[in-house]
Design a protein around this ligand. Structure first.
Ligand code: PLP
Length: 363
């Protein structure tokens, strides 16, 4: 797995160009920076001065604390017992319910004041304070502030900005009407946009935006631009077989040679995160030519049909994601063929695949 730090930075700059220079950017680096490697991702992005970083869990936040001094926000609701560890690591936590507000107020009175971002549930449903319950949690929030908790941000999360941008306006309207009732001070940072939102509704950038997938080369919907490719997946041919008509291939013998065929066995499989759903469906590229994946993908190897390509030899590189010559397999194409999304493909690459970072010479 090759990761292009220059492309990661160019994608960051594309987000900045879309939302404008005064908006703070919070790259989402959860799940090991969508699988590319959080340490190197933070090193590459830090030069562009993001406002801070976003993670999913306290454990990820504690790891990130060692890599940056910028603010780190934990975006998934934390379990009750995790608050002391979060405060200790100076993580910003997300508040989704009244019980956490009460716990924050208590912790602050005990001298461990915590910064928090309040999440407003505008339709995502999985987390966030429900605007209909504001009469109950609104006073709890004020009590936490009176106790000494620090209100750093308030945000909502978009559910369909990628494939139905029309849903963004009503979500933002609900967010804004809730803000009007809450009346946070001018220092409380408002934020709403994920990658798709940064491109389809940049006018709703408020003070911060939270891009993820676009930075890592995933196109968040057809109305967004195509990001630069960040991740390539390549592996070497380890064997070439001259198959005769009737020869069977792989588990379940789902491919049978119909004529004389050449098969190349490549040293990558679903144990590395190459989606098994690409069996008999996906593509590799070798020497600038597309070659189909044939048979079932195994844990450690995958076979491609190189019939008509007599020059392919063991040792040659096959690209399953990324560019080779004029040919390119995008993350979107691979994910569509596998019946999933780019997020799942990227985070599915396993630790067995070395992450080889290509660091750019310039910015
Ligand atoms: C993951 C996440 C994002 C980033 O979403 P992308 O679609 O990858 O840009 C933004 N905000 C929150 C709260 C998230 O959990």
């Amino acid at each position: 797995m090759e990761v292009d730090a220059g492309a990661l930075r160019r994608n960051f700059r594309a987000v900045r160009a879309s939302v404008g220079p005064s908006v703070g950017i919070v790259p989402m680096v959860k799940a090991d920076a969508y699988g590319v490697g959080v340490r190197e991702a933070v090193r590459a992005l830090d030069a562009h001065e993001p406002w801070g970083y976003g993670v999913a869990s306290v454990a990820e936040g504690i790891e990130l604390r060692r890599l940056t001094e910028r603010p780190v926000v934990v975006f998934t609701p934390i379990a009750p017992g995790e608050l002391p560890a979060a405060i200790d690591a100076d993580l910003r936590i997300t508040v989704s319910d009244e019980a956490t507000l009460v716990a924050l107020g208590r912790a602050a009175t005990d001298g461990a004041s915590a910064r928090f971002h309040a999440e407003i549930d505008s339709g995502m449903g999985r987390a966030g304070l429900d605007p209909r319950g504001i009469d109950s949690w609104g006073p709890a929030l004020q009590a936490a502030l009176a106790g000494g908790a620090v209100w750093e941000g308030v945000f909502t999360h978009l559910h369909s900005a990628d494939d139905s941008p029309d849903t963004v306006d009503p979500q933002i309207a609900l967010f804004e009407s809730t803000l009007a009732r809450l009346a946070p001070g001018p220092d409380v940072l408002r934020h709403a946009l994920n990658s798709a939102g940064c491109f389809v509704r940049p006018g709703y950038a408020f003070q911060l935006v939270r891009p993820g997938i676009f930075l890592y080369g995933g196109r968040p919907g057809m109305e967004s631009p195509e990001p630069d490719a960040v991740v390539s997946l390549r592996a070497r041919v380890i064997r070439v077989k001259e198959a005769r008509p009737g020869d069977t291939l792989g588990y379940g013998s789902t491919h049978v040679a119909e004529r004389a065929e050449r098969w190349a066995t490549v040293a990558v499989g679903y144990g590395d995160g190459l989606p098994r759903a690409l069996s008999n469906k996906g593509w590799g590229v070798v020497g600038g030519r597309r070659v189909p994946i044939i048979g079932r993908i195994s844990m450690d190897v995958t076979v491609v049909d190189i019939t008509g390509l007599p020059s392919v030899r063991p040792g040659q590189v096959v690209t399953f994601l990324g560019c080779d010559g004029q040919e390119r397999v995008t993350l979107g194409e691979m994910a569509d063929l596998a019946g999933t999304i780019g997020y799942e493909v990227l985070t599915g690459f396993t630790p067995r695949l070395p992450r080889i970072w290509e660091l750019p010479v310039g910015p």
